[in-house]
Write a protein that binds this ligand. Structure first.
Ligand SMILES: Nc1ncnc2c1ncn2[C@@H]1O[C@H](COP(=O)(O)OP(=O)(O)OP(=O)(O)O)[C@@H](O)[C@H]1O
Length: 885
């Protein structure tokens, strides 16, 4: 008993421990700190156990009345190291200022008096800046925004060979911005990734949510196609990846209640046409001829996108790299005088992050397409501007260069017009459509999103003239204002911390299971409803004395928080009351169990303190169950009510069980009855068949006997009995033969024989029927002395000392309808007791046949008769009347 109670208290403790663990959610810590000491800490760490309450309908974030805040385009400058001790024309003045020194050979030198041109940027990276520094400074904030649901655009711009591709992609052991972005994204969301194919592109720039079953099917299909491809392809990234150094940065404050999926697209804009570099075409075909031109479209949210572009879902940086290298192989590169690996097209690598909230239980994705939030980061490696007199390009390269310069010119024009419109309030049309690259990013410049540009500069003197233009354009771009991106998330009223609560709850269940609790999986708790006082505090910094908005926001926030606090307090009191009620009930239940199992001494010290000791186990600790706190009379009443309810339900249950049993038995009876009837009928049928068979056998035997007799009467020598004749028929035959043999074969009409049979001394008791047909034959024993009787009624007739012979005559029709007379002859032998014994020793049979009847056929001719008789027997057996002639 003690063991039982110990286990119970242990489980209770574990449960309490788990509850406390369950109640500690990240958010609550903040809440506690913020509100101060006025409320008890437990209050903020309490769970509501509310069942089957549907989540409230989604609320849209209230529309902002004020115009959206704007940010300028941030432009960074990166200098490429000078090669082979060449003269440099660029000098870094400070972290933000760079100076272009006028070389004496430059055309500008000849045209102007300026010796030095200074340009200010967001940040200037000198030639010693590492890839990591550039990434952390420029791209990391964009990745953070991406994870928080905001769009971003980053492009590298500069003269050919200035290090744009190096900055964007880098090399395997010195990764550029793109691989680092992927690293950081996967580092941050890896624990919250959705299973593959749960999100599916709808081909209209949005995503559908697939059911788990459909996603599983797609995964199996993919696996099947991988397995069925006989020769495993060598991955494009196989050579590069092992040398790669991954970036270990991780973004903090990722929304844990969301599920994430990453998709990548890779397109190039070559000669002002868009190509999908990840399009599924056989690798061995000529890529330039096979890739289809794609069109740029606007989606329902007025975002521009490449129609029917291949969106590859990737689950790791390695998978993303696989896609990237696949595209990289198809990207148009060429050797030029200025760069051994010059990009001949603008390439756009887009990372799309799809996220959707978990349901109220923190278990599955909320199946609502509207809840899906898509953010994207476009990494653009522009082709370098180049002057043909320097590159000496001709033919295709020249045409490419022309297109590159044209598209870059359009970009410049667009940004200049945009700047002018913003600065002077004009409404000039921005020619986005003049080039595919500007058309594709129209919604960044027109709409909202972070735009960042890295100006790559090769500081060598030869590039000076072009660098001047690049710098001027880049500096001008900083004056363009872009609307701050806003995360387009819907508020579904779901409580934060669901995923963590779900995880902790599962851990608690596991622990309970380990401690021996049964059916823990059936415990149903609405994990989604974690108590929380709302979102985190808004920013408190007051950088502007006239910033009333912040104060107003704070007031609203605090009011909301106070309301919630009161609500939670009320609910907590209710729960407390309920907890004590249930506690008392549990305790009384335990006590009744203890009582029923062992002799106990139960003392009730107070209504809330129950002591139970078990004297049978000396030395064992007494189990004391304390219930502190106030259990009200209403609580006791509730317990009674609960007990009554329980009993009532028990009775109902028993009645239902009885009824079920009764029904079960009647069913069984019906089945048994049916089975019996069936078996009886079956047996009857079998017996009937058996009887018929038996009768047929009898008929056969009789027929055979008859035949033998017939043969005998026609002086046909007796044939040996067929071996197939049964034992029974043998017996009959032998008896008949015995009788015939005893006559030693003489003809029935032989008078000599008849005479010899009678000595004339015997006294015969002639017993014949009263209505015997007069035969008129001589075939009879000669009975000189005889006494005739028709009925043998008196024993003295036989036991008479004179009577020594007895003859019984019978007359009946045979099977052929002829009269058959039998004389059974016997000796009468007196017995010692004074009686007499009649011993039959002879039988004579006389058959009469009409002289007109067909003469008896010989044995060989009798086959047909035999067959007739057989047929007749068959008829008899089948129940027909026998035909007589
Ligand atoms: N910061 C740097 N540190 C070391 N090497 C660099 C740096 N920037 C560029 N390079 C080297 O300069 C060469 C040309 O760079 P890259 O191909 O990136 O130029 P680009 O601007 O992309 O040229 P294009 O416009 O023709 O494609 C490469 O070999 C690259 O390794």
């Amino acid at each position: 008993m003690n063991l039982y109670l110990k286990t119970f208290t242990q489980s209770l403790k574990t449960w309490q421990y788990d509850c406390v663990r369950l109640m500690n959610c990240n958010r609550c810590k903040t809440v506690n700190k913020c509100v101060g000491q006025e409320t008890s800490p437990e209050m903020f760490h309490f769970f509501i156990y509310r069942r089957n309450k549907p989540p409230p309908p989604p609320r849209k974030t209230p529309a902002k009345v004020q115009p959206p805040a704007k940010d300028p385009v941030k432009v960074y400058c990166r200098l490429r190291p000078v090669q082979n001790d060449e003269e440099s024309c660029v000098k870094v003045i400070s972290q933000t200022i760079v100076s272009l020194l006028l070389p004496e050979t430059g055309s500008t030198y000849r045209a102007t008096n300026y010796k030095e041109l200074q340009h200010t940027f967001q940040h200037v990276f000198d030639d010693r800046a590492t890839q990591k520094e550039v990434f952390d400074h420029v791209a990391l904030p964009l990745v953070s925004d991406l994870i928080h649901g905001k769009n971003g655009l980053l492009f590298t711009y500069g003269v050919t060979g200035s290090g744009k591709t190096f900055t964007m992609t880098g090399d395997p052991h010195n990764g550029g911005i793109m691989p680092r972005c992927l690293d950081v994204i996967f580092n941050s969301i890896t624990s919250y990734q959705a299973k593959k194919f749960v999100f599916k592109p709808d081909r209209m720039n949005r995503f559908d949510i697939q059911s788990d079953a459909d996603a599983l099917m797609d995964r199996q299909k993919e696996l099947h196609s991988v397995i069925s491809s006989k020769t495993p392809k060598k991955k494009d990234s196989d050579t590069a990846l092992p040398q790669r150094t991954a970036d270990s940065t991780k973004i903090e404050h990722v929304d844990e209640d969301n599920t994430y999926a990453v998709f990548v697209t890779y397109v190039e804009i070559y000669n002002n046409a868009v190509y999908d570099l990840l399009e599924d075409i056989p690798e061995d075909t000529l890529r330039s001829k096979q890739l289809q031109v794609k069109i740029v479209r606007e989606d329902a949210c007025r975002n521009m996108y490449v129609h029917s572009v291949t969106e590859v879902e990737v689950k790791s940086t390695e998978e993303a790299f696989e896609a990237f290298y696949k595209g990289q192989k198809r990207k148009r590169m060429a050797i030029t005088i200025l760069n051994s690996e010059s990009s001949r097209s603008h390439s756009v690598f887009t990372i799309r992050l799809v996220q959707a909230p978990l349901d109220s239980r923190g278990e599955n994705i909320l199946q609502d397409k509207n809840a899906v939030c898509i953010s994207q980061l476009s990494l653009v490696d522009l082709a370098g501007s180049e002057r043909t007199n320097r590159t000496k390009n001709s033919g295709q390269r020249l045409r490419e260069a022309g297109n590159i310069n044209n598209s870059l010119m359009t970009l410049r024009t667009c940004l200049e017009v945009l700047r002018e419109n913003q600065l002077h309030g004009t409404n000039k049309m921005v020619p986005y459509r003049d080039s595919k690259i500007t058309h594709l990013f129209k919604n960044y410049f027109d709409g909202e999103g972070q735009v960042r540009m890295i100006v790559c500069v090769n500081p060598r003197v030869d590039d000076y003239d072009e660098t001047v233009h690049v710098m001027k354009f880049a500096e001008m771009t900083q004056e363009i204002q872009m609307s701050q991106p806003v995360a387009t998330k819907l508020d579904f009223g779901l409580t934060p911390g669901r995923r963590k609560a779900n995880q902790i709850f599962k851990q608690a269940l596991q622990k309970m299971e380990e401690n021996g609790c049964r059916n823990v999986q059936n415990i149903d708790v609405d994990i989604g409803l974690v108590y929380c006082l709302g979102p985190q505090f808004p920013g408190l910094e007051l950088d502007d004395p006239g910033n009333d908005k912040r104060i107003n926001d704070l007031v609203t926030f605090l009011e909301l928080r106070m309301n919630r606090k009161n609500l939670l307090l009320k609910d907590w009191q209710q729960k407390r009351e309920y907890f004590f009620t249930v506690g008392i009930f549990t305790c009384s239940h335990i006590m009744s169990l203890v009582k029923s199992v062992c002799p106990v001494i139960v003392t009730k010290a107070t209504p809330h303190k129950v002591k139970c000791t078990c004297p049978k186990e000396p030395g064992s600790d007494s189990v004391v169950v304390y219930l502190q706190g106030g259990a009200s009379t209403s609580g006791i009443r509730k317990i009674k009510w609960v007990k009554v309810q329980e009993k009532d339900s028990l009775i109902h249950q028993q009645m239902a069980e009885k009824e079920k049993l009764r029904q079960k038995f009647s069913d069984k009876m019906a089945v048994a009855k049916e089975r019996n009837t069936f078996e009886t009928q079956k047996r009857l049928k079998e017996q009937e068949i058996e009887l018929k068979t038996h009768m047929r056998h009898q008929e056969d035997k009789l027929r055979k006997v008859k035949e033998i007799l017939n043969k005998d009467s026609c002086h046909i020598p007796v044939q040996p009995v067929s071996s197939a004749t049964t034992l029974e028929s043998n017996t009959i035959l032998s008896r008949v033969l015995l009788a015939q043999n005893s006559r030693r074969g003489p003809a029935v009409s032989n008078p000599r024989h008849r005479k010899s049979r009678s000595t004339g001394d015997e006294m015969w008791l002639d017993h014949r029927p009263a209505n015997a047909v007069e035969l008129g034959t001589v075939m009879q024993p000669l009975m000189k002395r005889r006494k005739s009787v028709t009925k043998l009624t008196d024993a003295k007739d036989v036991a008479n000392s004179k009577t020594s012979k007895y003859c019984l005559m019978t007359q009946e029709q045979d099977s052929g309808g002829e009269l058959e007379t039998c004389l059974y002859k016997a000796d009468v032998v007196p017995t010692s007791g004074g009686g007499a014994q009649v011993i039959f020793n002879d039988v004579e049979t006389l058959k009469q046949r009409s002289p007109n009847a067909t003469p008896v056929r010989k044995r060989n001719a009798s086959t047909s008769e035999f067959q007739d008789a057989e047929a007749a027997c068959a008829i008899a057996v089948e129940g027909h009347k026998r035909m007589r002639h």
